[in-house]
Design a protein around this ligand. Structure first.
Ligand code: APR
Length: 247
């Protein structure tokens, strides 16, 4: 058993990491519930539910087209926090499973591979006619054609909307039931099922639970320990502390 700072952790333990919009904030992408966040400018009911898409698909397409364009801006790149998590996956002897609520591709671009996008991906399209998911980096409209079946007008962004089931929950649940460390980074702990992961890791796996956030989240009291500050500062420092135990 190695002691990593305040954590008792064996170096072959599985580590499960949950990230939210806060980890991408210093890369230039907006969060949702901060005062300058996305939900301060547009209503969830108008752009992020199946009902909104049925009512006004072009408005929903426009909302995600603007976010896709922003993500593809050359100025938006992975930051030190994304890179630290990729380093942890590469150097930690046990499995590191990264579950992100984010729909950006900054974790992949930083080098993380053992990654689940539980809320889907902004740079993917899903076809309602054939069910396929395809890479999608351009504007999407009601005239867009499915790359797989050729149907037009059947595409939606491959993002999980409110009221829909997040992706790969069975795989996430299995990992939460057998991990030595659960780390929550850059999320307000507002949205389930992600907000419930800390309690699952604690009660089912007896995991040590750590919050790394700009400020205490709504679930802060559920964690064993926390480090507060910008992700580009607290995440690399925490990863270095973990890796000291295996170097
Ligand atoms: N470093 C670390 N944390 C930060 C930073 C930063 N630079 N900036 C902001 N934060 C924190 C905020 O304090 C907040 O606790 O990141 C968190 C962002 O919370 P939200 O905006 O609620 O984003 P998130 O938790 O990812 O939202 C969850 O809600 O709207 C849905 O699908 C959407 O995936 C999203 C989900």
């Amino acid at each position: 058993m190695n002691i990593v700072g305040e954590i008792q952790l064996s170096v072959d333990s599985r580590i499960v990491i949950l990230t939210g919009a806060g980890i991408s904030r210093e890369s230039g992408l907006a969060t949702f519930r901060d005062p300058d966040g996305i939900w301060a400018r547009v209503r969830i009911e108008d752009v992020a539910t199946p009902e909104a898409f049925a009512r006004d698909p072009e408005r929903v397409h426009a909302f995600y087209n603007a976010r896709r364009k922003g993500l593809l801006d050359a100025a938006v790149t992975p930051n030190a926090a994304h890179l630290a998590l990729a380093l942890l996956e590469a150097e930690w002897p046990g499995e590191v499973l990264l579950v992100t609520q984010n729909i950006d591709d900054l974790h992949e671009r930083a080098g993380s591979a053992n990654l689940i996008h539980m809320h889907g991906e902004l740079l993917k399209a899903r076809c309602l006619a054939c069910g396929s998911a395809s890479a999608w980096r351009q504007e999407m409209t009601g005239e867009s054609r499915c790359p797989s079946c050729g149907e037009t007008g059947s595409l939606r962004v491959d993002v999980v909307w409110f009221g829909e089931m997040p992706y790969e929950m069975a795989r996430i649940e299995r990992a939460l039931g057998d991990c030595g460390l659960f780390v929550s980074i850059g999320t307000s702990g507002n949205v389930y099922p992600a907000a419930g992961f800390v309690a699952e890791a604690h009660h089912r796996a007896g995991a040590h639970c750590m919050e790394l956030n700009l400020e205490p989240s709504d679930g802060a009291s559920l964690f064993d320990a926390a480090r507060y500050g910008p992700a580009t500062e607290v995440v690399p420092g925490f990863v270095e502390d973990l890796l000291k135990a295996v170097r």
